[in-house]
Design a protein around this ligand. Structure first.
Ligand code: SIN
Length: 485
């Protein structure tokens, strides 16, 4: 923290109605790389969440009445400030979350890109006119902001998951309340500081930091003044939150768990496939919903791919994300490494072969060795659980139909990837995969211009892109009658 250029970016209180709001108790924020206390933040509860919802409700009429251009100017200011402070924000993110600094700064740019994107996209909320069935009528469709949006966001992307939701909400004219993960509140609060500097009016963007996930979550999902609820996190938690939203029939969008297949066909460019698998698997130490979870390799290319892949994994550098050259930081906490180690052990007991890694690194109990398992089958625990860690299970397959069936044999449907140079196969497989996103000869698919989201139990709604505004807008139909003289 001593190294920050702008120390005002470290905030310790919730941000509600344009003010910093302290609470009676505090939560410690630790650095997962060394367990050190970074700082304590105020521990808000359900009462503060209610205050934030009320502030957002009060701010809604004026914010939604602004023109899209006026909102775009303010959002653009926010984008510029985030980019100006990219270095500091990246450092804060690495301190509390662990990912390597280059990746953390990349996340700041990724998050800011959504704000830039939606600042512009808000200007294109077009309506419609529809030919009426009778001569004395006219049908017009307009789109309006839904109202107050509440969000719960995860620790794996402490900046970008807030930015992706808030940018769409604010540009549509909605106001916003977010509860960030308690492991990573500092990135969210720094965003609030910059939102204030950008000129976002009081009550439009609120951050409630608190340990009482259940109590705050109940307010955000059940309060009658919240029109829409959005969540990024596990499918199990998402399911519970969706049912809480039912009592007030909120609009809901969910970005939930994944079990991404990464398929390498015999005709693939092996070097490109290895490079794609490395970034898609080991980014953020394997802790993303779109990380490769299962690598399927066709039998003819299995030896070549596995050998090159192991060589590439061996080059990954594990360590404190603030140290130069580190490419894999710590996991979020010791429990996370323990859970992933257990998964590895259970899969070895079921017949998988450990060829690399397999457990904690000597660096400490939050550091997990990049791991490769072969002889994996699609029914082993490592293949049918969202791993959320730096483990690559390699599964061998013979033909296209077989691998599509195995890839789809999961309740999840978020991201998928495959490598092939055959144009016919590319279309067949792309259409056959039951996933919201398909990377074809590409391991990194996330960007602001593309619709991010899943099928099946990986969620609903899309974030980013021209589709990302839909979840924050109501469609209103105006029927003009009595037009004949
Ligand atoms: C996630 O893991 O939830 C988000 C990943 C991304 O945006 O690329």
């Amino acid at each position: 923290m001593q190294q920050l250029n702008d120390k005002q970016l470290i905030k310790r209180f919730s941000y509600i109605n344009g003010s910093w709001h302290s609470s009676a108790t505090e939560i410690p924020v630790h650095n997962p790389a060394n367990g050190e206390l970074i700082t304590n933040v105020s521990n808000a509860g359900p009462e503060e969440a209610i205050l934030a919802v009320k502030a957002a409700k009060k701010a809604f009429p004026a914010w939604s009445a602004k023109s899209a251009n006026e909102r775009a100017v303010i959002l653009r200011n926010w984008f510029n400030l985030l980019m100006t402070h990219q270095e500091d924000l990246g450092r804060i993110l690495t301190l509390e979350q662990g990912k390597p600094l280059a990746e953390a700064k990349g996340e700041i740019g990724y998050g800011a890109a959504f704000i830039e994107w939606f600042a512009e996209e808000g200007k294109r909320v077009y309506g419609d006119t529809i030919p009426a069935p009778s001569a004395d009528k006219r049908i017009v469709v307009i789109k309006q902001p839904v109202g107050v949006v509440a969000a719960i966001t995860p620790w794996n992307f402490p900046n970008a998951m807030i930015a992706r939701k808030a940018a769409a909400a604010l540009s549509a004219g909605c106001t916003f309340v977010v509860r960030p993960a308690t492991q990573t509140p500092l990135s969210a609060l720094a965003m609030a500081e910059l939102a204030e500097r950008a000129g976002i009016p009081a009550g439009v963007f609120n951050v409630v930091v608190g340990e009482d996930a259940h109590g705050i979550g109940k307010v955000l999902t059940e309060h009658v003044d919240v029109a829409k609820f959005t969540f990024t996190g596990s499918t199990a938690v998402g399911q519970a939150l969706i049912s809480q939203c039912a009592s007030t029939v909120k609009k809901v969008s969910m970005e939930l768990g994944g079990n991404a297949p990464f398929i390498v066909f015999d005709d693939a460019d092996v070097d490109a496939a290895v490079a794609g698998a490395i970034v898609s698997k080991y980014r953020n130490a394997g802790q993303t919903c779109v990380c490769t979870n299962r690598i399927f390799v066709q039998s003819g290319i299995k030896e070549a791919f596995t050998e090159k892949f192991i060589t590439a994994v061996n080059k990954l550098v594990i360590g404190n994300g603030l140290d130069d050259g580190v490419t894999i930081g710590p996991m979020i906490n010791a429990q996370a490494t323990k859970d992933v180690s257990d998964l590895i052990q259970r899969s070895i007991s079921a017949g998988a072969t450990l060829v690399l890694g397999g457990g904690n690194s000597p660096l400490g109990d939050t550091f997990m060795m990049p791991t490769v398992l072969t002889d994996v089958t699609n029914n082993m625990p490592i293949a049918n659980t969202e791993i959320f860690g730096p483990v690559s299970p390699i599964i061998c397959f013979e033909d296209e139909e077989e691998v599509i069936a195995m890839a789809n044999d999961t309740e999840f449907g978020l991201a998928s990837y495959f490598y092939s140079r055959d144009i016919g196969r590319i279309w067949r497989v792309a259409e056959g995969l039951e996933y919201g996103m398909v990377g074809i000869n590409e391991g990194i698919i996330s960007n602001a211009a593309a619709p991010f989201g899943g099928m099946k139990q990986s969620g609903n709604g899309r974030e980013g892109s021209k589709y990302g505004l839909d979840d924050y807008l109501e469609i209103k139909y105006l029927c003009f009658g009595g037009l004949t003289k």
